[in-house]
Design a protein around this ligand. Structure first.
Ligand code: AMP
Length: 381
C-alpha cells in the first residue's frame, strides 16, 4: 500500500455523505453531501456515488489517485457477527445483508453504497466500520434483555447499542485531554445529538450503553421516546387501534422533544423556555430527568467514575443541558464550573470545577476521523 488517504462514505437511505482524509497528518481534504437520492437528478445510489467521484475528480482528488489507500464505509448494524472493522469481501457483504432485518432502514443503503464503491474501484481495499462494534464488549448481564432466552436468540433480540464510533472516539479523546491512559479511566460518554445515547466505558472498554436492539431505547431524543414501558405498545394497539407501523412511527418520529413540545432543536426549546413556554420547559425537564438517571445508573455500573464527556450537537453546544444534567451532584464528586461551562469553542475542554473529583469535559466527536483511522489501521497491517 502506498497512499495515506482514506475516503469515508456514509450511505443513508436518501443521502451519501463523504469525507476524504489524509491519515499522514489527519488533514480533511474534502467533504460533501449528495442529497435527495431517488428524487430528481440523482436517481439512485449509483448516480450519487458517481457524483461523489466526479466532485472529487474536479478537486484533483479522484478515486483513481494512487494516494487513495482505502475506502471506509459506515455500517449501522454489525449484529453479533461483526465486533471489529471488517475488510470487505463478497462474504462480508452477504453477512451485512443478512443483518437487514435488524436495521431495515439503514443496512440496505449501507450495502448499496459498498456495492457501488466496489464496482467503481474493485482493486482498492474497502472496510466496513460498524456503529454497534464498540458495544460488543458489553457483558451478557448488560446486553441481554430478561426475556425467554430461546426466543431472544432465535430472533437476535438483545442490546447492541449504536453511535459506537463516536463513543470509542470520545472516550479516547477524553483520556487524551486529561493526559491519562484510556486504560486507567472510567468514563461516561453522553452523545447528545438529534439521536442520543450514553455509554459506560471502563478502561476504554464499553460495559453498558443506553441504546438497545434498535436506537429507540434509552435517552429522550429529538424525535424518539427512549425508554418506555413496552406494554404501552400493546395498549396503543389494543385500545388505540394503532398498527405496528403507526406505533413505530409514533415512537421513532413523533416522540421525544418534538412529541412533547413540537420542536426537536434544543436552541428553539431554549428560546421558548426563556419566554416562559410551559410545554418547552416540560420537554426540557423530562429530557434532563432521563439523562440524570443514566448518569446515576452508569456511575453505579462503573463503581468508580473518573470522567463525564459531553458530545454531539446538544452536548457540545448547550451549556444549559450540561448544567442541568449535572446540577447538585457534589455527593457524586461532580461539580461543573459555571464560567468554564459557558465558554464556547470547537476544541475539547474541561468544564469541571478544580474541586470536582470527576472531570467533566466537552469533547467534540469526529465519527469520520474514527472511521478513517480504523480503516487505515486495518489496511496498513
Ligand atoms: P447532531 O445530531 O449531533 O448533529 O445534533 C443536532 C442537534 O444539536 C440539533 O437538533 C440541536 O438540537 C442541537 N444543537 C445544535 N447546535 C446547538 C446549539 N448551539 N445549542 C443547542 N443545541 C444545539
Amino acid at each position: 500500500m502506498n497512499g495515506s488517504r482514506v475516503l469515508v462514505l456514509n450511505s443513508g437511505s436518501s443521502s451519501v455523505k463523504y469525507q476524504l482524509l489524509d491519515m499522514a497528518d489527519g488533514a480533511r481534504l474534502s467533504s460533501g453531501l449528495v442529497e435527495r437520492i431517488g428524487e430528481g437528478p440523482v436517481a439512485d445510489h449509483t448516480a450519487a456515488l458517481k457524483q461523489v467521484a466526479e466532485e472529487l475528480t474536479d478537486q484533483g482528488l479522484g478515486l483513481d489517485s494512487p494516494e487513495l489507500a482505502a475506502i471506509g464505509h459506515r455500517v449501522v448494524h454489525g449484529g453479533t457477527r461483526f465486533t471489529e472493522p471488517a475488510l470487505i469481501t463478497d462474504e462480508v457483504v452477504e453477512e451485512i445483508e443478512k443483518l437487514v432485518p435488524l436495521a431495515p432502514l439503514h443496512n440496505p443503503a449501507n450495502v448499496t453504497g459498498i456495492k457501488v464503491a466496489r464496482a467503481l474501484r474493485p482493486d482498492l481495499p474497502q472496510v466496513a466500520v460498524f456503529d454497534t462494534a464498540f458495544h460488543s464488549t458489553m457483558p451478557e448481564s448488560a446486553a441481554r434483555y430478561a426475556i425467554d432466552t430461546g426466543t431472544a436468540d432465535r430472533f437476535g433480540v438483545r442490546r447492541y447499542g449504536f453511535h459506537g464510533t463516536s463513543h470509542a472516539y470520545v472516550s479516547r479523546a477524553t483520556a487524551k485531554l486529561l493526559g491519562k491512559d484510556v486504560a486507567e479511566l472510567n468514563t461516561i460518554v453522553l452523545h447528545l445529538g438529534n439521536g442520543a445515547s450514553a455509554s459506560a466505558v471502563r478502561g476504554g472498554v464499553c460495559v453498558d450503553t443506553s441504546m438497545g436492539l434498535t436506537p429507540l431505547e434509552g435517552l429522550v431524543m429529538g424525535t424518539r421516546s427512549g425508554d418506555i414501558d413496552p406494554a404501552a405498545i400493546f395498549h396503543l394497539s389494543r385500545v388505540g387501534g394503532m398498527s405496528t407501523d403507526e406505533i413505530d412511527t409514533l415512537l421513532n418520529k413523533r416522540s421525544g422533544l418534538i412529541g412533547l413540545c413540537g420542536d426537536n432543536d434544543m436552541r428553539e426549546i431554549g428560546r421558548r423556555m426563556a419566554e416562559g413556554d410551559e410545554a418547552a420547559q416540560l420537554a426540557f425537564d423530562i429530557y434532563i430527568h432521563r439523562l440524570r438517571k443514566y448518569v446515576g445508573a452508569y456511575t453505579a455500573v462503573l463503581g468508580r467514575l473518573d470522567a463525564i464527556a459531553f458530545t454531539a450537537g446538544v452536548g457540545e453546544n448547550s451549556a444549559a443541558v450540561r448544567e442541568a444534567a449535572l446540577r447538585d451532584l457534589p455527593a457524586f464528586g461532580i461539580e461543573v464550573d459555571a464560567v468554564r461551562n459557558a465558554v464556547r469553542g470547537s476544541a475539547a475542554r474541561l468544564i469541571s470545577a478544580g474541586s470536582s473529583r470527576v472531570a467533566v469535559a466537552v469533547v467534540p466527536t469526529d465519527e469520520e476521523l474514527e472511521i478513517a483511522s480504523q480503516t487505515f489501521d486495518l489496511v496498513s497491517d
